[in-house]
Design a protein around this ligand. Sequence first.
Ligand SMILES: *[C@@H]1O[C@H](CO)[C@@H](O)[C@H](O)[C@H]1NC(C)=O
Ligand SMILES: *[C@@H]1O[C@H](CO)[C@@H](O)[C@H](O)[C@H]1NC(C)=O
Ligand SMILES: *[C@@H]1O[C@H](CO)[C@@H](O)[C@H](O)[C@H]1NC(C)=O
Length: 301
Amino acid sequence: MTNAKTALLVLTTTLVAATAAAPFDSEKIEALRFLGAYGFLKDDGGSLSSDNATSLRRALSLFQEYYQLSGNSALDAVMLHLMRKPRCGLADIPDRVYRPIARKWPKTRLTWNFQVASKEISRMVEAAFALWAANSSLNFAHDPLRPDILISYRTGAHTYANRRNVGICPATFDGPGGALAHAFFPSGATDFTSEIHIDNSEPWHVYLNKNPSNTHHLLQTLTHEIGHALGLQHSMRNDSIMFPYIPDIKNQFPVKLSIEDILAIQNLYGSHDDGNPTARSLHLRTVQLDTLQSHTVILDT
Ligand SMILES: *[C@@H]1O[C@H](CO)[C@@H](O)[C@H](O)[C@H]1NC(C)=O
Ligand SMILES: *[C@@H]1O[C@H](CO)[C@@H](O)[C@H](O)[C@H]1NC(C)=O
Ligand SMILES: *[C@@H]1O[C@H](CO)[C@@H](O)[C@H](O)[C@H]1NC(C)=O
């Protein structure tokens, strides 16, 4: 949890820095806050206040390229519209300094639990995990006592669901709209518990086999957040389940993985056929190396 916590803390610090840049008009402040929260604004508080205009222009241009928007790096209605759409709360561009290299589990059999879930929701979680298991060496089982991935509804400023993680989650939920959910990347340790927090103030659609109306399909968001909990970053392609924004309502169901998602999960964990010992011991060596490096990151911070 420490690495993920650190990454989220950086995010919160950037938010504070953006808020401190006071004499901006409200849309610019909103944009700065967004760009800082999602990794487009790379400057620390110091350089932000010494050269706001340049930092903002650079961040807007990166945002524009990421989402392939046309325009000339000046804040416009198209950008603001996209910034205000419901999306995943994790950054699009991970912080290179704090980003741990180990972002996969050192095992392929993983367990999950959804705290206080109904039958419908449990079926939905199973369906989301099945999508990731279908094309990779991973398999998943429900284990309420010792889950590797712990999913829960949270609201506003919130605690962790796992009692071993003391304190407040650094990423506060913002009510309806905006960030819908966030997840913690694996640390590389076997006994790590990754949490997925789902914003309980959103109108969730919890039934399989239906297109939602005026709601967000929980299956879509769950599948995306599970991708993070397995180690995947955001994708710039809008047909990927890892695209940061949820699709328009008519495109939210059926939920499926794109070829990019399948290749990304196979890149981390192999496909069903990768059972040969050479590949397995290679994986193991990579993980051990990664774990060492991620410890170095913890010491640095
Ligand atoms: C940037 O923001 C700081 C703090 O709000 C302000 O004092 C400064 O004049 C701004 N600089 C530019 C270049 O806009
Ligand atoms: C993913 O799995 C499905 C079902 O087993 C299979 O039909 C498809 O070819 C697989 N795709 C890839 C890219 O492995
Ligand atoms: C993805 O982007 C393309 C090009 O901008 C657009 O035509 C398409 O409708 C988008 N697809 C989805 C699912 O949003």
